[in-house]
Design a binder for this molecule. Structure first.
Ligand code: GTQ
Length: 351
């Protein structure tokens, strides 16, 4: 037997011996753990809304919102099947509410955002205030806020849910409580939080309640109008077009402690320089058509398509028409932990 294979045998025997003591050799796994740059099992993927819409609606035939508590089809990253996640740190799903239904009130440690895809007349109630939903609206349910969903509408309402479920799993910090009634009582008028915090003022003398935005609803009409005003200036970023971060007006920071949300406009025929960052990001098409090149994959984009750009994977966008994209990521958490990094492909770097 050669000296090398003798040494391997000695090591294997050693590994078996220490295994019984719940110990393992770091040197066998070191290079898969501490990598020179991010390596993720998540892969680029696009869910074309036309392909999945029917399945979401058919979920309404198999279970009620009440029985399901949340009737959602989870968008599972093909590289992370069975793990209920779209990136390593974030969860996404498509939730359905039908006329007259209620998804019962609860609260949990997880942060959630909703981006409305279709329907009218549905609402999310957050800590006593109903936020009515229209296509393109962003609605927040910050950690430990009571929330329930319901609909007085005529047709189905579908929205994209984004939650930090995997982050809370990592920290083993999950708490969930049910509200004593299905729907929480309305203790504030719709629009109350926007009136108090969304108009460049804040209630005199009031201290911030927590780290999340006190504004629960960011309507499409507001941000779209803002983008249209700003585009006149034509100060397009070569990697992002015209991109805005939704903020917590009390801090100027991202909307929730773990999740940040963005909207961007690319004018017709605009093509971005490649870009990558450490925050794996979920995008959805609000308006327009175009193309996304994510790593080595190409996605043709039409309204309501959802695609995922894994951590440190390059993204390049092209607008066939004016293209409006909503996106969210864990950038909020990464910045607090001093982890967030980016690389732009417009300075000669190849990504
Ligand atoms: O609406 O509260 O997609 O608790 C997953 C977990 C939605 C919600 C999800 C949830 C919710």
């Amino acid at each position: 037997m050669s000296k090398a294979s003798q040494q391997i045998d000695v090591r294997e025997k050693f590994y078996q011996d220490i295994d019984g003591y719940n110990m393992a050799p770091l040197w066998e796994v070191y290079r898969t753990l501490i990598t020179p740059s991010p390596r993720t099992p998540a892969v680029p993927h696009c869910w074309h809304y036309d392909d999945v819409r029917d399945w979401v609606l058919r979920a309404g035939d198999v279970i009620s919102a009440r029985e399901a508590e949340r009737r959602v089809l989870v968008l599972e990253n093909p590289g992370l099947r069975g793990q209920t996640r779209i990136t390593n740190s974030l969860y996404a799903g498509l939730q359905l509410i039908l006329p007259g239904e209620v998804a019962p009130s609860h609260r949990h440690s997880q942060s959630a955002l909703r981006f409305i895809i279709e329907g009218a007349g549905a609402y999310t109630a957050v800590d006593g205030e109903r936020a009515y939903m229209a296509r393109g609206d962003l609605i927040l349910t910050p950690p430990m806020t009571w929330h329930d969903h319901g609909s007085h509408g005529k047709g189905p309402t579908v929205w994209l849910d984004g939650l930090d479920i995997p982050i809370i799993q990592t920290f083993d910090a999950s708490f969930l409580e049910g509200f004593p009634e299905e729907s929480q009582p309305s203790t504030r008028l719709p629009g109350d939080s926007h009136a108090r915090y969304g108009r460049n003022m804040r209630p005199f003398g009031a201290a911030p309640k927590n780290a999340s935005s006190p504004v629960f609803s960011y309507p499409y009409a507001d941000y779209r109008e803002a983008l249209e005003k700003m585009r006149v200036q034509e100060d397009w970023d070569s990697c992002h077009g015209l991109k805005m971060t939704f903020i917590n007006p009390q801090t100027g920071g991202p909307v929730m402690p773990t999740i940040a949300a963005f909207v961007q406009l690319l004018p017709k025929a605009f093509s971005t320089s490649p870009y990558r960052s450490t925050d794996g990001t979920i995008y959805t098409v609000v308006d327009g058509e175009g193309r996304a090149r994510v790593g080595d994959k190409d996605f043709q984009l039409t309204p309501s398509d959802i695609f995922v750009v894994p951590s440190w994977c390059s993204l390049q966008l092209e607008a066939k028409e004016d293209l409006v994209l909503f996106s969210f990521s864990d950038r909020s958490a990464q910045e607090k932990l001093c982890l967030w990094r980016e690389q732009r492909g417009d300075d000669g770097d190849t990504l």
